[in-house]
Design a protein around this ligand. Sequence first.
Ligand SMILES: CC(C)(COP(=O)(O)OP(=O)(O)OC[C@H]1O[C@@H](n2cnc3c(N)ncnc32)[C@H](O)[C@@H]1OP(=O)(O)O)[C@@H](O)C(=O)NCCC(=O)NCCS
Length: 170
Amino acid sequence: MIIELEKCNIRSYQPSDAETLSKYANNRKIWLNLRDGFPHPYTTDDAKNFISMAMSKNPETYFAICTKTEVIGGIGYSLHTDIERISAEIGYWLGEPFWGKGIVTDAMKALTQYAVNTHGLYRIYAVPYETNKASFRVLEKAGYQLEGRMRKSAIKDGKVIDQLLYAYVI
Ligand SMILES: CC(C)(COP(=O)(O)OP(=O)(O)OC[C@H]1O[C@@H](n2cnc3c(N)ncnc32)[C@H](O)[C@@H]1OP(=O)(O)O)[C@@H](O)C(=O)NCCC(=O)NCCS
């Protein structure tokens, strides 16, 4: 899969992405805003394992955010099942040197449409942590609306925190 955008491309992962992926993913500032399943430190082996998992999924739901030459971040969603099979949770991160250029906003707009069209979804949501103002802005700019505050719903880096619930609904 490849989607070519103005500020980045979104494409399937390739085994050759592992070194570069781990270089950008190995960043505590990124880890602090993601689930603990995202390793820290983030090694090349972690990247290889993740890429092989992403490539083996059918349908594919985890994608690389890239420049013309290299992977610079990740974006993906988990499809829900049973009565929630019309819904998915989306997540994303970008290498720190590329922050603040509108790249993830571009990627979120495109992947939201891709996910809706490909899987027949009615709802895609994200749960950024209460401190993640950059992520709130990305979600707002990509057409997601704030639905609520999930009080004390997570523990990250030893602190109990609120998560904000943002959703895109067709
Ligand atoms: C959140 C993240 C994905 C944003 O990616 P990005 O490509 O830099 O985002 P964009 O450039 O498209 O948009 C960022 C917006 O946040 C704003 N912003 C950035 N830092 C901010 C802050 N501390 N306070 C308020 N707004 C902030 C920017 O000004 C911009 O908004 P604007 O266009 O209205 O000026 C990136 O910072 C990241 O990877 N962070 C770590 C991982 C993470 O938080 N993932 C999301 C988990 S929910």
